[in-house]
Design a protein around this ligand. Structure first.
Ligand code: WTA
Length: 675
């Protein structure tokens, strides 16, 4: 039936809506859940998922996952207390569900295609081989003292070894925390310290866009301040030898010595699977905790139904495993579904802007999932970079991480997809575990409205909250996006800080999960995400807290105060803009100080966090109670000074004129430099 659904997909354009023809008629008697799911079916299923979540999720969990011990209770949740538990009493092993079950059926199917930086040098790893690698790595961790519940940091770019490292942790019940390999050694150290990791896995070097970069030395620097670390495993990505210290273990050599069989650890549904640090509007990055069964089930189900992914498909998500998209849609979702998943090591423009589409042709990719920032970059080049490659294997195109503007959506749909592949704009977060709002084009009668995330997934109940903190009803309305029912993929806590989890997600609207995003509900009842409502900014689809950047800048001795806001950028979406107050005696050496500030952010966080703009000001606008009014600064930075909004709480309004003048001067200097 799913195939029938697909073959009936015409994607014809009606007004501004792309509609799929219906493939089955409604029925008054509810068919069994398994056949409804197999048919990628109907509104009835969605109704069931929100009205009778126990029936829906219980049945899907029994059908889709292999359990070591069946669960006794589907859920025990109370959002007002931040309590979320699914599949209680059940035991399973995530690596078994991602590997062993497929090895039994199709051992020689490719699990991974590692699309290495240099085009045409891809490496295929079958399910049998990946299970073997995972077991050897799991045994290596075990023989170096890693036990169930221990935390393991993975500071590696995407590769089969990195995926095996994640699955090896799952195999023995250790908890991985992948740290994006672009983060600085200080950011890495902060995460290792917070998680108290016992070991770190890294590579000697990384390779990207034809350039080599060092990974071992940032790890060496980081572990100096991390007393919990007992071993550093170093994988050899390139031939360059890495100097080995007393903590270091050469990973491939150690794996060679181990058995290729490792019995899976039985894990309770609610044991931790991994933690992933993400930025919030205040404080340090938070260690978001995901658990075993609910997370796996949710990623597998969303992966199949949003992308219409079928067994044997080649799924091409270009995200790095350092982000949640890499966890859910490069590793766990696709592998749980027995798909072949691509690991993309390169960039969209290496060696030229045709790289993605050349890869699609060479690997026969069926679903392509990427970020709007890359699409915005690529559409600036001639269409021939796309057209010269055969993209007939593509069936679904996906977008994630930030709003996709109409121009990017149209180019993706018409140029990349030749107007025949539905584009799914998928909204979700590190905290939601998997996609929450997205079109599901394989369903009967499904339509796609450009640049809209549109439809809640099974079990997701969006609510828009108005200013008085109450839900706004009806359509054609906007509000703060909350989700009012628990779903299996939601994060369970912030590592060792459940109070912060409560405060950040459940305090603003008691009993509801607050996403931090605003949304609009269209007259048809579809959702469109309007952007963050807090001080989190989104640079090329990567989350950053403005407070994190301010903290880094404030460490400079010549800088008493800063305020960072976001401004729009035509490719990156948003970039940070820093307003900096300097001590009097520092104004003479302004240029040198600003250079040092750039260095500080790069070394404390990452290069991508360095503000694109620095404006030195004498004072910052504050309320009478001393709070910086970032809202006004953002308007000034965005040159929207005609309407600065309510200034009545401002302590000294003359500061505004001062800052506007400084900004005008800054802009003029910029223009001069450009000319
Ligand atoms: C934003 C990435 C608009 C949003 C999976 C969210 C989006 C944050 C979309 C989470 C989308 C993600 N449309 N905005 N389709 N997808 N966002 O945790 O602001 O890195 O809150 O997870 O990205 O970022 P995170």
């Amino acid at each position: 039936m799913a195939a029938l659904c697909r073959s009936l997909f015409h994607g014809f354009v009606k007004g501004n809506v792309y509609r799929q023809t219906s493939c089955r008629s409604g029925s008054s008697v509810r068919p069994p859940l398994s056949s409804m799911l197999a048919a990628a079916s109907c509104p009835e299923l969605r109704r069931l998922s929100v009205e009778e979540p126990e029936v829906f999720w219980g049945s899907v969990a029994r059908e889709r996952l292999r359990w070591i011990r069946p669960f006794q209770q589907v859920k025990d949740c109370d959002m007002s207390r931040g309590k979320v538990s699914w599949f209680l009493g059940g035991q399973l092993n995530v690596s078994v569900n991602c590997l062993d079950v497929h090895v039994e059926k199709h051992p020689e199917r490719a699990a991974l295609i590692w699309e290495r930086d240099e085009p045409g040098t891809e490496v295929k790893v079958t399910y049998r081989e990946l299970l073997e690698m995972t077991c050897r790595l799991a045994n290596t961790l075990k023989s170096h003292g890693v036990r169930k519940g221990d935390r393991v940091a993975i500071y590696m770019p995407v590769s089969p070894t990195a995926v095996a490292a994640m699955l090896a942790c799952a195999r023995i019940g250790a908890v991985h925390t992948v740290v994006f390999a672009g983060f600085s050694s200080e950011a890495l150290a902060g995460r290792i310290q917070d998680a108290e990791c016992k070991v770190v896995l890294t590579c000697n070097q990384g390779v990207r866009a034809g350039r080599l970069f060092d990974l071992k030395s940032p790890v060496d620097t980081a572990v100096k301040s991390c007393p919990s670390v007992q071993h550093v495993f170093v994988s050899q990505r390139t031939t360059s030898p890495a100097p080995m210290g007393k903590l270091d273990v050469q990973l491939e050599e150690a794996m060679e010595k181990e058995s290729a069989i490792c019995p899976p650890e039985p894990m309770d549904s609610e044991d931790m699977l991994f933690m992933l640090y993400t930025s919030g509007s205040t404080g340090k990055p938070k260690g978001i905790v995901h658990t075993q069964a609910g997370y796996l089930l949710y990623t597998a189900l969303t992966h199949q139904y949003v992308f219409d992914c079928q067994p044997g498909d080649v799924f091409g998500c270009v995200a790095d495993i350092g982000w949640i998209t890499g966890h859910s849609y490069v590793v766990y979702g696709p592998l749980c579904n027995g798909t072949t998943t691509m690991l993309f090591e390169s960039t969209p423009v290496y060696p030229d802007p045709g790289r993605y589409w050349e890869t699609v042709e060479r690997l026969g990719i069926n679903q392509f999932y990427g970020a709007p920032t890359a699409i915005r970059l690529l559409l600036k080049y001639d269409e021939s970079w796309v057209r010269k490659y055969n993209r007939s294997s593509l069936r679904t195109l996906g977008s994630v991480g930030e709003p996709i503007n109409h121009e990017a959506w149209d180019w993706f749909y018409n140029v990349v997809g030749d107007g025949r592949c539905p584009v799914v704009d998928t909204w979700w977060q590190t905290e939601t575990g998997g996609i929450c709002i997205a079109p599901r084009p394989a369903e009967q009668g499904a339509e796609i409205v450009p640049a809209m995330a549109m439809r809640p997934f099974f079990g997701i109940q969006p609510v828009l909250m108005g200013e008085e903190g109450r839900p706004v009803s009806g359509n054609d309305v906007s509000g703060a996006l909350c989700l009012s029912q628990p779903w299996p993929g939601i994060a369970r806590t912030i590592f060792r800080d459940h109070q912060r989890y409560m405060d950040v997600y459940f305090k603003a609207y008691p009993g509801h999960y607050f996403t931090g995003d605003g949304a609009y509900r269209s007259p048809e009842g579809y959702y469109q995400i309007t952007g963050r409502m807090d001080d989190v900014i989104n640079v090329s689809g990567h989350r950053l807290g403005t407070a994190e950047i301010e903290d880094a800048l404030d460490e400079h001795p010549a800088v008493p105060e800063t305020a960072v806001v976001s401004v729009s950028h035509d490719i990156k979406g948003e970039v940070p803009f820093a307003f900096v107050v300097l001590k009097d005696d520092a104004s003479l050496e302004q240029m040198a100080v600003l250079e040092e500030l750039r260095g500080l952010v790069a070394s404390k966080i990452a290069k991508y966090a360095v503000p694109n703009h620095f404006l030195v000001v004498k004072r910052l606008p504050k309320t009478r109670s001393g709070k910086i009014m970032r809202r006004i600064l953002r308007k000034i930075a965005m040159e929207q000074t005609d309407n600065l909004g309510d200034l009545s709480t401002l302590d000294d309004p003359s500061v505004i004129t001062e800052i506007i003048q400084a900004h005008t001067h800054y802009k003029n200097q910029h223009k001069k430099k450009k000319n």
